[in-house]
Design a protein around this ligand. Structure first.
Ligand SMILES: O=P(O)(O)OC[C@H]1O[C@H](O[C@H]2O[C@H](CO)[C@@H](O)[C@H](O)[C@H]2O)[C@H](O)[C@@H](O)[C@@H]1O
Length: 245
């Protein structure tokens, strides 16, 4: 449990485009979870919908993902608005939260890649770290957790980020709530109440943060959360945002 408040399962009120700012996670929120990171199905017209949404919000919209920024931009080709990648460490459209990659990134990525190859697991290289996925072999989860914990302890610039059926090493200090704080200082977000939608462990600090800033978080899918509201899946998110059709 990430909050001392009981988690409400209620649906959120309709979005208030005149007064809210919107921050949207990508995997599990805008697109459904797929067997592999490269197998996600981006709904047709998503980029166009996001462009319209950004216009309706007068620019107060950002996609805030754990994905590497170039990959996120590729999935959302046609949307030229604000993007945050690598769990808050990279950004397009505002000053990059992290000036440069943490020292030792090459060694960290080599260690993650070698471990994954040895264990027959999927390694996802990322701009500022890397992830080992065990969706194909859930029983390997404990071994992956132990490996990344040991590697992080020996790699001062990095921290473990749990994900759905994966563990990542990301730059220490990178977090979505910090990225939201930086985004909210941009003129387009001034005077608006932040609303964050996300589904995963990396989203929890931002779901909680939105509630402390006069807005609210919306947890997508099952599970405990610091969010005030819940939507069941990405299809419900699309309906809530008026992005269908
Ligand atoms: O912050 P997000 O946009 O939600 O990104 C979080 C991680 O998502 C991806 O992994 C997850 O989705 C994959 C595709 O559906 C799935 O196969 C995997 O099991 C999930 O953990 C992505 O691969 C990671 O880099 C992101 O950090």
């Amino acid at each position: 449990m990430t909050s001392d408040r009981p988690f409400s399962a209620s649906a959120p009120p309709a979005p208030d485009f005149a007064r809210a700012s919107l921050f949207l996670d990508f995997d599990g929120t805008l697109v459904g979870i797929a067997p592999r990171p490269d197998a996600v199905v981006v709904p047709p017209g998503l980029a166009t919908h996001l462009r319209r949404l950004s216009d309706a919000l007068e620019g107060a919209l950002a996609i805030v993902s754990g994905r590497s920024l170039p990959e996120l931009a590729r999935f959302l080709d046609g949307f030229d608005g604000l993007l945050v990648g690598s769990h808050g460490a990279e950004a397009r459209g505002m000053a990059p939260p992290l000036a440069h990659a943490p020292e030792g990134i090459g060694a960290v990525q080599a260690a993650l890649s070698a471990f994954a190859a040895r264990e027959g697991l999927l390694y996802e290289p990322k701009t500022l770290g890397g992830a080992v996925h065990f969706r194909d072999r859930p029983a390997a989860g404990a071994a992956v957790a132990a490996f990344v914990d040991t590697l992080a302890a020996a790699s001062p610039g990095f921290a473990v980020q749990p994900a759905k059926m994966a563990f990542e090493l990301k730059p220490a200090g990178a977090s979505k709530d910090r990225a939201l704080t930086a985004l909210s200082a941009l003129p387009a977000f001034a005077g608006r109440a932040p609303v964050f939608l996300g589904d995963d462990a990396t989203d929890e600090p931002a779901l909680a943060w939105a509630g402390t800033q006069g807005g609210f978080g919306i947890k997508v899918g099952p599970g405990d959360s610091a969010a005030r509201y819940r939507l069941p899946d990405p299809q419900a998110v699309a309906r809530w945002l008026g992005m269908e059709g």
